[in-house]
Design a protein around this ligand. Structure first.
Ligand code: SF4
Length: 273
């Protein structure tokens, strides 16, 4: 997979964000494509993705993503991007073109997008929604109080509003979000964030342990024991979420296809272990 991705000049968030599940996912033939270049225009203190001058939009990238997804034989394709605040549409057009190419090349695959907040611009969110993904995912990342510190260019309410737009405009779509624990939040703040996500229209949720990518990143404030993840998962299900993956190594795309299948069948919980 590494060779094919390099040959097609494609990036995966699995590699760029130093995901702890990379071996498992690559071994199972799944990967999360990261479009719109390697460099992010924001500076989240938990994130291992490189920051720097963004590259010009590569208009052939959607075709190459679709070709690689077909080559890997993926049944569930996850597409994410760095945040591109330098682009008028925030990169929404590239998401839409990638979804279209994937639909053309892999008509039976389900498609999940994990998007930035597009600065809350409704037109950009609509551009992605109109392309017809099966799952619209945007991560809230952390609780309200910690947002300015760990996610300085983002905004808690703006993220909720993006999710609410997706839920309102495409009710048949699965709206998903994710939060990390271990950044200094309290249990009550986690419950409040879950409740806000549910009220915004999220049906699917991931909860994972924050791990600092380096000493320069935000430090880990606590390691949440596995049994506490089970408690959070049960609480989220009781709140009304239809599918929840919670566990120390759960990341927003971890076993995403499995979570979607569960969501479509009965609505259930996944411990992510
Ligand atoms: S916006 Fe996304 S990719 Fe960019 S630094 Fe923040 S978490 Fe990382």
């Amino acid at each position: 997979m590494r060779d094919m991705l390099a040959k097609e000049s494609l990036h995966t968030v699995c590699q760029s964000a130093a995901c702890p599940n990379l071996s498992e996912c690559f071994g199972a033939g799944t990967a999360t494509f990261m479009i719109l270049g390697e460099f992010c225009t924001r500076h989240c203190r938990f994130c291992a993705v490189s920051q720097g001058a963004p590259s010009p939009v590569d208009h052939e990238e959607p075709v190459r993503v679709a070709r690689a997804a077909a080559y890997f034989g993926l049944s569930h394709v996850v597409v994410t991007s760095v945040t591109r605040d330098d682009l008028d549409d925030g990169g929404a057009g590239s998401f839409a073109r990638t979804i279209s190419e994937l639909r053309r090349t892999l008509p039976n695959a389900s498609i999940e997008v994990l998007t930035p907040d597009f600065r809350g611009v409704a037109r950009s969110v609509a551009t992605v929604l109109m392309a017809g993904p099966d799952v619209f995912n945007h991560n809230l990342e952390t609780v309200r109080r910690l947002q300015p510190d760990v996610r300085p260019e983002a905004d808690y309410d703006r993220s909720l509003s993006v999710l609410a737009m997706a839920a309102r405009w495409r009710p048949e779509l699965i709206v998903k979000s994710g939060i990390m624990v271990g950044l200094g939040e309290t249990d009550d703040e986690i419950v409040a964030a879950m409740s806000d996500l549910y009220s915004a229209g999220c049906a699917s949720l991931t909860i994972g342990q924050y791990l600092a990518p380096s000493k320069e990143h935000a430090p880990v404030a606590r390691y949440v024991p596995p049994e506490s993840f089970e408690g959070l998962r049960n609480m989220a299900m009781a709140m009304g979420f239809r599918s929840v993956a919670a566990g120390p190594l759960v990341r927003s795309s971890y076993r995403a296809g499995e979570l979607l299948r569960q969501e479509r069948t009965e609505g259930t919980a996944c411990c992510g272990r």
